[in-house]
Design a protein around this ligand. Structure first.
Ligand SMILES: Cc1cc2nc3c(=O)[nH]c(=O)nc-3n(C[C@H](O)[C@H](O)[C@H](O)COP(=O)(O)OP(=O)(O)OC[C@H]3O[C@@H](n4cnc5c(N)ncnc54)[C@H](O)[C@@H]3O)c2cc1C
Ligand code: SF4
Length: 838
């Protein structure tokens, strides 16, 4: 039965004279428009009712790729949760589809039988995934064949994740090599699936780039292990009860367990069409976002056609929402939408991509400048017409994109040296870059935030980067603009940037810095991660992102008294092996100081042969790595090896690299091998905030590279040893600082343990020593650790001793798994995605 919901019962309710605004569609454009209306302080004018056929509040659809890849949880991507609607007195019909609009009676009919009056109506119905006519795509009752997915909604994403994690599902085919297809492919890969992308076009992302750029993108994508099939048309899906593979025209058929269709989108115009509105490619609107049929009905977002254009990215719809809010509230009736120049900056499958304007030269006289470095995945193409930038495609290195976007948007004069548009030659400082940016230059495309918004936010009193990001949402989409956001906030605050309070929290889910957290844990005797949440997190809420950090901290504090909860750990820590990008694991048996014996070598060789280990490789830390082990084989491999774990996996003390030392080397002045073995024996397996890599060299020639280790020890003349801390030679390179020069190896060992414990107790979660040492200060560390200025040296020594005493070899767990599923695979195991065998 139909009920009229919005007509007031005049006997009991005072007459509400506000205009009734109804919004159909609670997606990114609909909700943003309502926010813009509220921001104009005009909520009092309206009684707002929203319909959304998804049963949720409003979420950031862009972030679904992150949810698919597991980087974000679905709870993290909500922009407006249900209480937000209540707080703003908005009636939300979540999970209700509008089926028809009677524009003469001004009533909207819902799938729940409701009828709602309106004075002003907005269509914000977005798009749906286009499903091409492929044989076998649907079952007889019209449903998608089990294993076939669209990629549009949170529900699609949840279903995909569940299906991808099924033990028996190993291969996926993604139909479509555009933005969405590549994001889906990358996301599925993180669940251990082997993924093929089937693309009908001659190159990837053909809507955003030309063939050369597309080819380099293909190479970058293939380097990630995703196979790309170009000019490939899917003719049929194979499988009766569920997907088994796909047929391709003129290509070999592909076996697979799931298919994701990302073949484009179509504006969702059904209701507008059946309700008598003008629809061409989408709902036709004028420059005020008004439908051409009815001055009281507007449309916004992907369901809109404006001056012949339909847009499929968020930046244009942010611009539309502003105009629509200006118009509807009457705040600025001169406001008009004149179309968007789509310049996009995205991170596609981890590759930075920016694209604007024309894809290549179109007219005689167009200048076309191209730089291409395929091995690094870098490609830059710029098209200039009459001295103005009319198009650019940038892949891999987007350092100049802010400038290019400005030049494209406002036709800025271009430098005579065109190469300056591609590279930072004699680059200006970040401050100058931020200062020079025009106020309306869009910094965050995903959320439509300009430099002006950021500056205004800082001027309104928000002086922390995180605060500005929260308030404006800048940097909360694909994340590629974060550096620029920081630079602008710093520049706008003129050196008065304040640190966000949460910046000092040890983990995001518990509002305490590390010392306070440790005191509370000790006082309350909290020995498990769940008990910390229950006692110290706001409302006892568990936070997935905080679990690993807390587990490490508790293990450090309680040693063998710690209550281990497996779900608090990263996969490497759960199975004591290193997960590789193909979903298999690598194991490193212990070889203290890099020293081994013929018996160990023989055993390793036998194990490698018996278990068909595809790659046996020496690591950078002088150990032997057995790569390509299947998860369920791990306990058997360890049992056959019968050697302890080599600690190459977790956030813990790892290994000590050594050189030959004085026994054999002509230059050696100290027994580096023995000291390395002693240190490794003593500190094996000890948890720390981040990994700890050590080395000992027998003389200052430093063959073990001790100066670039977290702790490096070097023998010098006179039987003395130098102890260095805070070195690194990874993504970050830093020469270690000299902590002390000592007279004997015993003292070197003591200082190593003492520094380790101080670092364990005081470093932030995931803070490597190369950041910790300069933050705390070398002089201070010398005073505390060497001179014992705080009188805590003995305590530090005692606490590291406790941790040493609590050591047990995690590979012993192989015999009695901690949980039934600990070594059960959820990864593709039959058709092994091969680690290359060389
Ligand atoms: C996985 C993914 C990644 C993306 N990445 C990017 C990116 O990096 N950058 C970018 O700019 N864009 C990206 N996009 C595109 C971007 O999400 C869209 O441009 C944007 O969401 C469009 O907003 P909209 O409000 O018009 O439509 P939507 O957000 O789809 O909202 C429309 C809503 O209306 C509802 N609805 C439809 N019909 C009815 C009805 N009859 N009754 C009630 N409710 C109805 C729908 O269920 C939906 O919730 C991505 C999209 C996806 C799916
Ligand atoms: S560091 Fe010195 S002792 Fe060690 S191997 Fe090199 S030269 Fe020899």
């Amino acid at each position: 039965m139909t009920t009229l919901q919005e007509r007031p019962d005049t006997d009991t309710e005072p007459l509400d004279t506000r205009r009734r605004l109804v919004v159909i569609g609670n997606g990114m454009a609909g909700a943003r428009t309502v926010e813009e209306i509220l921001e104009r302080g005009e909520a009092l004018q309206f009684r707002i009712t929203m319909f959304g056929d998804e049963p949720y509040g409003n979420y950031n659809r862009i972030m679904l790729s992150h949810v698919l890849s597991g980087e974000e949880t679905d709870a993290d991507i909500f922009l407006n949760t249900l209480p937000w609607y209540e707080e703003n007195q908005i009636t939300l019909h979540a999970g209700v589809r509008v089926t028809r609009v009677d524009r003469f009676a001004k009533i909207v009919y819902g799938s729940d039988g409701s009828a709602t009056d309106y004075d002003t109506l907005i269509f914000a119905t977005g798009s749906y995934s286009f499903m091409p006519a492929i044989e076998g795509l649907r079952t007889d009752d019209g449903e998608l064949l089990p294993g076939v997915f669209a990629f549009r909604t949170i529900d699609d994403t949840r279903r995909m994740v569940e299906y991808a994690q099924h033990d028996e599902h190993r291969r996926a085919v993604v139909i479509g090599g555009g933005l969405l297809g590549l994001e889906a492919a990358r996301g599925l890969q993180t669940h251990g699936l082997v993924v093929d992308v089937v693309h009908a076009g001659a190159h990837l992302m053909n809507a955003q780039m030309g063939p050369q750029g597309g080819d380099i993108l293909r190479q970058s994508v293939e380097k990630l292990g995703i196979e790309v099939h170009l000019k490939a048309r899917t003719t049929a899906i194979i499988g009766e009860d569920r997907v088994r593979g796909v047929w391709l025209l003129d290509h070999p058929q592909l076996e697979c367990d799931m298919v994701v269709v990302a073949a484009g989108i179509r504006p969702n115009v059904d209701v507008a069409l059946t309700s008598g509105f003008t629809v061409e490619r989408a709902i036709v609107v004028d420059d005020y976002m008004r439908t051409v049929d009815d001055p009281d009905v507007y449309a916004v977002g992907e369901c809109v056609q404006h001056r012949g254009e339909v847009y499929g990215l968020v930046a244009p719809l942010w611009e539309q929402a502003v105009v629509l809010a200006d118009q509807i509230t009457g705040v600025d009736t001169s406001s008009a939408y004149l179309g968007s120049r789509t310049a996009t900056k995205l991170k596609v499958a981890g590759v930075e991509v920016a694209s604007m304007g024309v894809l290549g030269p179109e007219r005689e006289g167009d200048e076309h400048i191209v730089f291409s470095e395929p091995t690094k995945g870098i490609y830059k193409s710029i098209v200039i017409r009459d001295d103005k930038l009319v198009g650019a495609t940038v892949l891999g290195d987007t350092s100049k994109v802010a400038f290019l976007m400005q030049a494209f948007d406002r036709g800025l004069p271009l430098p005579d040296e065109r190469v300056e548009m591609m590279f930072n030659l004699g680059s200006p400082t970040a401050e100058v870059g931020a200062a020079e940016l025009a106020d309306d230059a869009q910094v965050c495309n995903c959320n439509g935030v300009t430099k002006g918004h950021l500056v205004a936010c800082v001027e309104s009193g928000v002086k922390s980067v995180a605060g500005v990001m929260d308030k404006t949402r800048a940097g909360k989409g694909c994340g590629s603009c974060k550096t620029m956001v920081c630079q602008i906030v710093e520049w706008a605050a003129g050196g008065a940037v304040v640190e966000d309070p949460s910046a000092n929290w040890y983990v995001p889910g518990v509002p305490m810095d590390k010392p306070a957290l440790m005191v509370a844990i000790r006082e309350q005797g909290l020995r498990s991660v769940s008990s910390v949440f229950a006692a110290l997190a706001p409302e006892g809420a568990e936070d997935a992102k905080s679990k690993m950090g807390l587990a490490s901290l508790l293990k450090m504090m309680w040693a063998d008294q710690y209550i281990d909860e497996k779900d608090a750990k990263f996969i490497n820590d759960r199975v004591h092996a290193n997960i590789q990008k193909d979903g298999t694991f690598s194991v490193v048996p212990q070889m203290k100081g890099g020293v081994t014996t013929p018996d160990q070598l023989r055993r390793i060789a036998d194990v490698a042969e018996k278990w068909n280990i595809p790659l046996v490789k020496l690591t950078g830390g002088q150990r032997i790595d057995l790569l390509g082990v299947r998860k369920e084989d791990l306990p058997k491999v360890w049992a056959d090896l019968d050697m302890p774990s080599g600690y190459a996996y977790g956030k813990s003390f790892r290994t000590v690299k050594t050189c030959v030392g004085k026994d054999f080397c002509r230059f050696g002045v100290g027994d580096s091998t023995q000291l390395g073995i002693d240190i490794e024996s003593r500190f094996q397996g000890i948890e720390s905030p981040a990994k700890l890599k050590l080395a000992v060299s027998g003389c200052p020639r430093n063959c073990a590279e001790s100066l670039v280790k977290d702790i490096g020890i070097v023998a010098i003349e006179g039987g003395r040893w130098e102890v260095y801390i805070g070195g690194a030679a990874g993504a970050h390179i830093r020469k270690g600082d000299l902590l002390a020069t000592v007279d004997d190896p015993e003292t070197a060992k003591t200082l190593t343990g003492r520094f380790m414990q101080y670092y364990r107790e005081n470093a932030k979660w995931l803070e490597r020593t190369y950041a910790f040492v300069p933050r705390v200060g070398l002089d201070f560390l010398k005073e505390v650790i060497v001179q014992d200025s705080l009188g805590i040296a003995a305590d530090l020594d005692a606490r590291i001793q406790e941790a040493v005493d609590a050591y047990s070899d995690p590979w012993k767990e192989g015999a009695a798994p901690a949980t039934p599923g600990q070594f059960r695979s959820s990864l593709p195991l039959e058709v092994l995605p091969q680690v290359p065998v060389r």
